[in-house]
Design a protein around this ligand. Structure first.
Ligand code: FES
Length: 136
C-alpha cells in the first residue's frame, strides 16, 4: 500500500538524520505557566525496517539506560520514561523534556552528560517553582 507521502506528486521523504552528525539540542527554559515535575521521554520505538526508521535501532534504548544510570549516581527531581514515538522518527534517537519542550535529536550515549546537564538545570527550575508555591 502506498504511503500518504507517495500519493503527493513531487513530495520526497527526507532521508533520516545522519548519525555521524553531532546531537542537535533545542534547549528551552521552563515556561511560566508550567506546573509539576519535569519529565524526560526517551523514544525506544522499534519499527520493522521496511516501515521506516525508528529510535531503538539507532540507540534509543542504550541512551535511556545511560541516563537512568547517570541519575542513579546523581538523583535529580526528574521523571524519566520511555515512549513509543515522539513523532520525529527521522531525527532520532529523539528525547523530549516536558514542560520545557526541550528536544534532543540524533543523540548518542556520549551525549548523556550534556543531556544530564540540561536535566540538572530543569530540576533547579522545578525546585525554584516549588519554592514559590503558596504553603498549604
Ligand atoms: S520512532 Fe522515535 S520518534 Fe518516532
Amino acid at each position: 500500500m502506498p504511503s500518504a507521502l507517495s500519493l503527493v506528486p513531487g513530495l520526497q521523504k527526507a532521508p533520516p538524520r545522519d548519525l555521524s552528525l553531532p546531537m542537535k539540542a533545542v534547549l528551552r527554559e521552563r515556561p511560566g505557566y508550567a506546573s509539576g515535575k519535569p519529565k524526560l521521554m526517551v523514544c525506544i520505538n522499534e519499527r520493522v525496517p521496511t516501515e521506516g526508521v525508528s529510535c531503538a535501532p539507532r540507540g534509543g534504548c542504550k541512551i535511556h539506560e545511560a541516563i537512568v544510570q547517570a541519575l542513579q549516581a546523581e538523583p535529580l527531581d526528574i521523571e524519566v520514561a520511555t515512549t513509543r514515538c515522539l513523532g520525529t522518527c527521522d531525527k532520532g534517537p529523539a528525547l523530549r523534556l516536558a514542560p520545557n519542550n526541550s528536544w534532543f535529536y540524533g543523540a548518542h550515549v556520549e551525549d548523556v552528560p550534556q543531556i544530564v546537564d540540561h536535566l540538572r538545570s530543569a530540576a533547579g527550575e522545578y525546585r525554584d517553582w516549588l519554592a514559590r508555591q503558596p504553603a498549604g
